[in-house]
Design a protein. Structure first.
Length: 406
């Protein structure tokens, strides 16, 4: 068989074999491409699933943050009624630090108020600083170190060095401002819950700061109004109503402690002549000058009140008869020592008569104490004025008074 015949004979078989090989190669390539596409699709699905999980986690975290913020806002709003109650300022400040600890989630809270007269910040209330309070309370720092801006977040003050902290617990400082006026500074440390409000959550911090500022301003306004209703408008000392409240409180307190209490009733001698001869403006000036001398002669713990007209009452807590007598003589001498400047060409020389009564030696009731001191004052007036008379030395009748003078 020649070559041509052999070629003709084998050609179909070779062509068939070549086609088979080509088919196999194509099939393998197709399968490889299919696997690549499936792998790519699987990777894309995995990526999508991972992205979905990440998105879900982010959404969950965002929802959790919103939930925590909502709870914090709810706690703050719930506390706002108590913060805004018309209470003494010190009580309001204590309520603010307790609310800050409970609402913002911190173990340690320090509240300082701005003293505009001296331009300093002074610590006024705290939570969690009882052991450091004796050294912390007297501190004062210049208020210009605090950035008093409309933002609730401020830079930390020097007080921060007294707050317990670790490398993981930064102090959160919140400036309390009203408009452009600095009211105070709130500092927080030691978050004790997972929902503690961080410094980044400005909305919550600003809301709490606003509530605190409103509470402080309301308390100050209430205090100003209250003091105005308790003070004599001319002299600035306690008025008659405040005197009665204070005397009741002191008598009750001394009944529990068993200590003595002295009441002085003092009256300017011949004061009517001042008004008649020089007019009421001069009389008012005399009253203010006398009050100034009385205040210079008593302790901070004593209460000076205008009982009525030219009559004054002085409550001396924790004072016995002998000490009360010395105080009364000091008051009498202070008025009589030199003439009183009252806006006239010549100063006026006046004197003071004083009645003294002691609780519980002379009486065991508030009303009885006033009556005893008043009777002693009457005796001082009837026996020459410009003197101090103790109740036990008051004769029983006016006739006895005149007899004793003779």
């Amino acid at each position: 068989m020649d070559l041509l015949s052999l070629t003709n004979l084998l050609a179909p078989a070779l062509m068939a074999a070549g086609g088979f090989v080509a088919f196999q190669l194509w099939r393998r390539n197709a399968e490889r491409e299919s696997r690549k596409r499936e792998a790519k699709a699987a990777a894309e699905r995995a990526a999508l699933l991972l992205e979905d999980d990440t998105l879900r986690a982010r959404l969950h975290a965002a929802n959790e943050a919103l939930r925590l913020r909502a709870e914090a806002l709810h706690r703050i709003l719930r506390a706002s009624t108590e913060l805004k109650a018309h209470l003494p300022l010190e009580t309001v400040l204590a309520n603010i630090v307790r609310a800050a600890s409970g609402s913002l989630g911190y173990r340690v809270v320090l509240l300082s108020l701005h003293d505009r007269a001296d331009g300093v910040l002074a610590p006024r209330a705290h939570v969690g600083l009882a052991d450091r309070w004796p050294e912390l309370e007297p501190l004062r720092i210049p208020s210009e170190r605090i950035a008093a801006t409309r933002s609730a977040a401020g830079s930390a003050s020097q007080f921060a060095s007294f707050l317990p902290r670790s490398p993981l617990e930064e102090v959160v400082s919140v400036a309390l401002v009203a408009g452009e006026q600095l009211v105070g500074l709130l500092e927080l440390a030691g978050p004790d819950r997972a929902d503690a409000v961080a410094e980044e959550d400005r909305i919550v911090l600003e809301l709490f700061a606003s509530q605190a500022v409103n509470a402080i301003r309301l308390a100050r306004a209430h205090e100003t109004t209250r003091l105005g209703s308790l003070r004599d408008p001319l002299t600035g000392v306690a008025n008659h109503g405040h005197f009665q409240e204070t005397l009741y409180r002191e008598v009750t307190r001394h009944a529990r402690s068993g200590e003595r209490l002295v009441l002085l009733m003092a009256d300017l001698d011949d004061f009517k002549a001042v008004n008649d001869q020089h007019g009421h403006p001069a009389g008012d000036a005399v009253l203010k000058a006398v009050v100034a001398r009385i205040l210079d002669s008593v302790r901070d713990m004593d209460t000076v009140a205008r009982y009525g007209g030219e009559e004054f009452s002085i409550i001396l807590p924790q004072t016995d008869a002998e000490s009360g007598q010395r105080v009364a003589e000091r008051l009498r001498a202070a008025v009589a020592a030199s003439p009183l400047q009252c806006g006239l060409p010549e100063p006026l020389r006046l004197t003071l008569s004083i009645g003294l009564a002691v609780y519980p030696d002379d009486t065991v009731s508030k009303e009885g104490l006033v009556e005893c001191a008043d009777r002693a004052l009457y005796a001082a007036k009837r026996t020459g004025k410009n003197r101090v008379v103790r109740f036990t030395k008051v004769p029983a009748t006016t006739e006895s008074l005149l007899t004793e003078r003779a």
